[in-house]
Write a protein that binds this ligand. Structure first.
Ligand code: GLU
Length: 267
């Protein structure tokens, strides 16, 4: 159990599966619950940046695609439609709690090019200074595969790094990092705390090697590697757990904490 009372500036990454039904349409219940919890953290005085996926999934639902499109223009079209739906719903739910949100769509170039990076930092900082909650996604309409960040685990770690925030919370569809793939190993044990890259590498190399590579764990470990360089922390928890963000901040959440900072916290 981790009690994260020492953190003031956090990035929260919400994955597509935490927001949409299998049909691709927005799961209003899930989204509303997450927004309510984020609004509560904001009311507590935390500074929060949201990184949200779900544009392509929501666009697929609206455009009635049977499966995830393979052609780039189709993906771009789905993202263009879905991003509107996503922001429309975020705005609706956050405004119920008196919070204004802003859409920030970034590309890899915005983070790699020093001048564009600085402009992105300026825009985000100004929004935050005005009490607005930024909702970030990759600009999938213009960032085609070859020049993409590609996944929002990496994007959210980059945002945490770029904005000098203290911690990234990845809301995932599994409880945390296991020593073996829990889907094929009933005896798999979740690892609550990882404090060094060496410990992390032992997990990546453990079991049959690729096991933690399934279910998107590799990109999460990549995000941890990136954050370790800046001595920032990462927490992976399950978005399906009721009131998960509340539990995180009251010390009752199960999850894996990658602790690379010297911040004090009880675990
Ligand atoms: N940017 C993509 C979207 O909004 C998601 C990328 C990811 O899920 O990691 O659909």
């Amino acid at each position: 159990m981790h009690s994260l009372t020492e953190y003031d500036k956090i990035v929260i990454k919400i994955g597509s599966s935490s927001l949409t039904h299998d049909s691709g349409l927005i799961d209003l219940w899930k989204m509303e619950q997450l927004v309510k919890q984020i609004a509560n953290l904001y009311n507590k005085g935390l500074s929060v940046i949201v990184v949200s996926s779900g544009a392509i999934a929501a666009g697929m639902g609206k455009m009635k695609f049977e499966s995830r499109p393979k052609e780039i223009p189709e993906k771009q079209a789905a993202a263009a439609v879905g991003q509107c739906t996503l922001m429309h719903m975020y705005e609706k739910f956050f405004s119920e709690y008196g919070i204004t949100v802003a859409q920030i769509l970034l590309t890899k170039e915005d983070m790699d090019n020093p001048s564009r990076r600085q402009h992105s930092i300026n825009a985000l900082s100004t929004l935050i200074k005005h009490g607005i909650v930024p909702i970030v996604n990759e600009n999938d309409v213009v960032a085609i595969d070859e020049i993409k960040v590609g996944d929002n685990d990496t994007l959210s770690a980059e945002v945490c790094f770029m904005m000098d925030y203290e911690m990234l919370i990845i809301l995932s569809d599994i409880d945390g990092v296991y020593d073996k793939d829990p889907r094929s190993n009933p005896d798999a044990v979740m690892i609550p705390l990882i404090e060094s890259l060496e410990a992390m590498d032992r997990i990546s190399a453990g079991g049959s090697g690729s096991e933690v590579g399934t279910g998107g764990m590799q990109t999460k470990l990549g995000a941890a590697r990136l954050l370790s360089r800046a001595h920032k922390d990462l927490l992976i928890v399950n978005s399906r757990t009721e009131n998960i963000l509340n539990l995180v901040f009251t010390g009752k959440a199960r999850g894996t904490l990658f602790k690379f900072s010297n911040r004090r916290n009880s675990s």
